[in-house]
Design a protein around this ligand. Structure first.
Ligand code: G3D
Ligand code: MG
Length: 194
């Protein structure tokens, strides 16, 4: 997947970082966001980057970073300048929920993600036994770990697209708000140095 040019070179951009264990459905989601279609995904070796024009003057750049154990060790190199964390969970994979939760908690502790809004996607809702959004919220202690930022848990199914437009809308609002507060604090810092 390549980096797409937007029609408006001066459009504001916000960076969305997609994380989650391997096979959670990140690449499927990104294809669905981008093309509204389902593609056959292969395990992401490294990362994919794609830009999606949300409005004429606003684009989201999605960084879809591989979730295999080896890649998780380098997640920290992708955190800078993030305006929104999109954390994808396979809600049906009960055996790996604990592992996913640990990675989530670990990454949130990083200074680079301080106050960055979080959208957790409780994916694969079509599969039997999938935990719902409330269960994922409780299991991942999201209220505790995200008490200092905007957060939301969206149930979805990447293969059918269910729940994705709601997720994208809310994520856009979160990312815009985050960018605005970053800009405001930069202005304050500049004023202080005058
Ligand atoms: P990743 O990028 O997080 O590693 P992928 O995950 O997007 O590559 O998806 C891993 C597998 O999960 C793929 O199946 C994909 O089709 C499937 N998948 C993604 N989202 C959903 C969903 O909402 N429901 C169901 N049932 N499956 C989903 P394969 O078989 O290619 O490994
Ligand atoms: Mg992938």
């Amino acid at each position: 997947m390549g980096l797409q040019n937007t029609k408006h070179p001066k459009a504001k951009q916000a960076k969305i970082l997609m994380l989650g264990l391997d096979s959670a459905g990140k690449s499927t989601l990104l294809y669905k966001f981008r093309y509204n279609d389902v593609f056959l995904t292969i395990p992401t070796i490294g990362f994919n980057v794609d830009m999606i024009e949300i409005q004429k003057d606003f684009t989201l750049t999605f960084w879809d970073v591989g979730g295999q154990e080896k890649m998780r060790q380098v997640w920290c190199h992708f955190l800078e300048d993030t305006d929104g964390l999109l954390y994808v969970v396979d809600s049906s994979d009960k055996q790996r929920l604990e592992e996913s939760k640990k990675e989530f908690e670990f990454v949130l502790k990083n200074e680079c993600l301080k106050s960055v809004p979080v959208m957790v996607l409780a994916n694969k809702q079509d599969l039997p036994g999938a935990l719902n959004a409330e269960e994922i919220t409780r299991k991942f202690h999201i209220k505790k770990y995200c008490s200092d930022r905007n957060w939301y848990v969206q149930p979805c199914c990447a293969s059918t697209g269910e729940g994705l437009s709601e997720a994208l809308q809310r994520l856009t609002a979160f990312a815009k708000q985050h960018r605005r507060s970053k800009e405001t604090s930069t202005v304050f810092k500049e004023i202080k140095t005058l």
